[in-house]
Design a protein around this ligand. Structure first.
Ligand SMILES: Nc1nc2c(c(=O)[nH]1)N[C@H]1C(S)=C(S)[C@@H](COP(=O)(O)OP(=O)(O)OC[C@H]3O[C@@H](n4cnc5c(=O)[nH]c(N)nc54)[C@H](O)[C@@H]3O)O[C@H]1N2
Ligand SMILES: Nc1nc2c(c(=O)[nH]1)N[C@H]1C(S)=C(S)[C@@H](COP(=O)(O)OP(=O)(O)OC[C@H]3O[C@@H](n4cnc5c(=O)[nH]c(N)nc54)[C@H](O)[C@@H]3O)O[C@H]1N2
Ligand code: SF4
Ligand SMILES: [Mo]
Length: 744
């Protein structure tokens, strides 16, 4: 045990202010320690962003994750066939030597581009470490979940000039517009701030086909046909223009393409939009008036409008409503992203800091860069690959082969759509290295497993969400066994790669976590000492910065029809916006929504934690009672779900509820059974990703896949024998309530 604890070694109780990184909300936390043991973890009321908000994951997962039965704390080498689960324990030195030799062989045979890497919901250091490892080896091929997550919204923000991740001032807003967002499960801080705003009289508009908790709280709940949100936004814009509800000063001075935008939205008066979206025209008019009149207005765009083939156009449509109403970078509106000058956030390494870049001719060869230049290309925001292009390169060797993959912080076998295809691709690699804290369906396929630290074992500096601040995650315990942080892993590996002459661009100069963290802070004016005492440091900021700097577009204005899209020949307002319901047919008659979050899970994480499985016992699919009756589904029954795109079907527990429309079913994602035997840990049984395709239609700008979050499906009740066979394999505490329900 170290750091914060050692400083007051004589005390038996202690409270350490820290930051939770179990999810990207990054709540401020207070870790209460008694006699060297964690008594509890709670929210920090003084934290400027979260103000005491905290969730069950933050309370339970840090300790449960550190002590999980599936945790692996020493490096291992595959001993049997790939995925067979036979391992040989090795030392770190041995692991690094073997990786270096095998990466050297891959590089010699296929060149540096044949080495790729993947991370996902990464902390500052994890994403940076993996990316810079690849760049050191000479490869630009770094994957994150960008096409599945945030790609549409971020690209739209960048193209219009608004910025990749604008902040929201929910607490000060008088009107809140939430689109495809369910913060009661996904963001406890936003959820708290929405309640606070409502208590002060703010009005809430929620756009979601499901009757979610935020829909129930809303003054105006809008349930569009799945996939038609853009039309809804254009129609709201049409009302704002026609009824003269726009902020003339802002629009005249700070927007470009207004006349063209007005002419185009004129095609979507509410009665026309009502036919496409299924939303009554009075509701569209009421929502437009409310958002335009009750200022300031603040918008939160969620994942519901992100992962589909018109993700960018949809997000541009909603950002346009902010511009029309002047709700931009003002108190209570959506403000531009704020940062602290000198602070080295992860984007410094992505595309800002010259010392960490690959030469342009190398960066230009990134997989997917020619297809999606604004999102994956050398000038893009995150400079990461289009994931399906990497999988294709592994499968086909085109446009060039990928033969080695370094994975850290993603369980991609479970969380990428098309489980079977992902696993096939991983099995074809010459070398798969997985750095993880526990055994997962992805790690199981590795040649080399590298053990990682968990939250309580890491010191991490990060830019807080919500109210801008720099946060610190404090290291409470020494790592269990031989676990290391991502920075330590990459530092150690780079040393050996250097010895073997495999480093092409030496862009990883740090030897330890402390060195890395010093670098992050050194020009920011914030000291580690201050961070340790409080857990955070607030970042000062001002509003309406566009008045001095303009917007980040070539016109320096907010662009309704971004010039960069025009150069690519992409129309931000395509005439054809298809409702997903139109794609249904007699056989595949239901719209399937996936990725519905649960407070107890983080995608595929925590299924091995007792506290989480008590809350979330089984992989559920919400079905309207009338639909259940139509398909003979019993209230305690299980159903097979199949989409049109894949032959594989998955088994999910029916949850009958009127919260979904009759023609829609909704489920989570990424389910696996840590208690099952290897191989596979049941990751193809109840993981909806096993029944879904990865695209192939993609948003032309962000590469966001169609059919990977929402698609069309059919359901059929499972037989008693099929359900019993599954229940028999579950761990006894999980089994019991399910068996009881099945017996009723
Ligand atoms: N507890 C928990 N929190 C999480 C996560 C987690 O796994 N667990 N994951 C984190 C991550 S990485 C992400 S990306 C976020 C996601 O969090 P959010 O952005 O809040 O997204 P979801 O919770 O998936 O909710 C999206 C909502 O969109 C609706 N929806 C689906 N399709 C459509 C559509 O076509 N139009 C409209 N208007 N609505 C639609 C769904 O019904 C759902 O209620 O959550 C983050 N927070
Ligand atoms: N069908 C469908 N698929 C989806 C989605 C959907 O809505 N529908 N949503 C997509 C979205 S938005 C996202 S972001 C992705 C998420 O995809 P992933 O990021 O792959 O999901 P997770 O299960 O959260 O994290 C996977 C692994 O990351 C590692 N990890 C994560 N956090 C930590 C940490 O703090 N410490 C350590 N040591 N390890 C950590 C663990 O090894 C864990 O097993 O899934 C996507 N997939
Ligand atoms: S929402 Fe929960 S898991 Fe996410 S940072 Fe906050 S406390 Fe941690
Ligand atoms: Mo995500």
């Amino acid at each position: 045990m170290l750091d914060a604890l050692q400083r007051t070694a004589n005390m038996t109780t202690q409270t350490i202010p820290s930051t939770c990184t179990e999810c990207l909300v990054h709540c401020g936390s207070l870790i209460h320690i008694e006699d060297g043991k964690i008594k509890n973890i709670a929210g920090n009321p003084e934290h400027p962003g979260s103000q005491g908000a905290f969730c069950i994951k933050g309370m339970n997962a840090p300790v449960a994750g550190r002590e999980s039965a599936t945790r692996v704390t020493y490096p291992m080498r595959r001993a049997g066939a790939r995925g067979e689960g036979r391992w040989e324990r090795i030392s770190w030195d041995d692991a690094f030597e073997q990786i270096a030799l095998r990466l050297g062989a891959v590089k010699a045979a296929h060149g540096p581009l044949s080495i790729a890497g993947a991370a996902a919901t990464f902390t500052q250091s994890r994403g940076t470490a993996v990316r810079l490892l690849l760049r050191s080896l000479g490869s630009p091929n770094f994957m994150i979940n960008q096409d599945m997550c945030h790609g549409g919204r971020s690209t739209a923000g960048i193209l219009t000039g608004f910025g990749g991740s604008p902040g929201s001032e929910l607490r000060k807003a008088r009107t809140i517009l939430a689109v495809g967002k369910s913060p009661s499960e996904s963001d406890i801080v936003e959820w708290k701030h929405i309640h606070e705003a409502k208590a002060q009289g703010a009005k809430l508009i929620a756009i979601d086909p499901r009757h979610t908790k935020i829909a129930r709280l809303a003054d105006c709940w809008i349930a569009p046909n799945v996939g038609t949100d853009a039309v809804l936004a254009w129609s709201m814009a049409e009302v704002m223009f026609r009824e003269d509800l726009i902020d003339h000063e802002f629009v005249a001075q700070w927007c470009s393409g207004t006349d063209e935008f007005r002419a185009r939205v004129a095609k979507y008066p509410p009665h026309v939009a009502a036919d496409i979206t299924g939303v009554p025209s009075e509701t569209i008019i009421a929502a437009a008036r409310l958002f335009a009149r009750e200022k300031p207005g603040c918008m939160i765009l969620g994942h519901g409008i992100d992962a589909h083939e018109s993700a960018v156009g949809t997000a541009i449509a909603f950002y346009s409503l902010l511009a029309l109403t002047g709700n931009v970078d003002r108190p209570g509106s959506n403000r531009g992203a704020k940062s602290l000058p000198g602070y080295k956030g992860s984007f410094s390494y992505f595309n800002q800091h010259a010392d960490f870049q690959l030469p342009p001719d190398r960066q230009q060869q990134i997989l997917g860069g020619s297809q999606f230049p604004l999102w994956t290309g050398p000038e893009s925001w995150t400079q990461t690959c289009h994931n399906p292009a990497v999988l294709r390169a592994i499968e086909t060797g085109l446009p060039y082969p990928v033969r080695a993959l370094f994975v850290s912080g993603t369980n991609l076998a479970c969380t990428y759509p098309d489980y079977e295809k992902t696993v096939d691709a991983l099995k074809k690699l010459d070398l798969l290295i997985v750095a993880a804290d526990q055994m997962t369906p992805t790690a199981e396929l590795a040649d080399i497993f590298l053990p990682k630290t968990t939250l309580l074992e890491e010191q991490e500096i990060l830019m807080g969400q919500g109210e801008p601040c720099i946060g610190l995650t404090q290291k409470i315990f020494e790592p269990l066994g031989e676990a290391r942080t991502d920075v330590e892993i990459v530092a150690g590996l780079c040393k050996v790669l250097r010895k073997h002459g495999l480093i092409e661009f030496d862009v990883f100069p740090w030897q330890s976590n402390d060195e890395f963290n010093d670098f992050v802070l050194k020009d920011s004016g914030v000291s580690l000492h201050t961070l340790r005492a409080k857990g955070f440091v607030k970042v000062p900021y001002t509003y309406e910065n566009y008045r001095t700097a303009g917007f980040k577009t070539s016109s320096k204005k907010f662009e309704f029809a971004p010039q960069r899209l025009d150069m690519l020949g992409v129309d931000p307002m395509p005439d054809q916006v298809a409702s997903l319901h139109d794609k249904a047919d007699d056989e595949f008659s239901l719209v399937l929504m996936t990725g519905i979050r649960s407070m107890a899970l983080h995608h595929s994480r925590f299924l091995d934690h007792g506290w989480a499985r008590r809350v979330k016992v089984s992989p559920e699919i919400s079905i309207h009672p009338k639909t259940a009756a139509k398909f003979d589904v019993d209230k305690n029954g299980w159903v097979w779900v199949q989409t049109r795109e894949k032959a594989a079907r998955v088994l999910l527990k029916a949850k009958l509820t009127e919260d979904v429309p009759e023609n829609v079913v909704a489920t989570g994602m990424g389910w696996w059974y840590p208690e099952f035997d290897k191989p596979g840990y049941g990751a193809s049984i109840s993981n909806i990703g096993a029944a879904m395709a990865y695209g192939p239609a993609f948003d032309p700008v962000s590469g966001s896949p169609s059919q990977s979050r929402n698609t069309i499906c059919k359901i059929a009740p499972a037989t008693k024998a099929e359900v019993d066979a599954l229940l028999a394999r579950l761990s006894p505490p999980v089994q019991a309530p399910l068996k009881k329900a099945a017996a009723r």
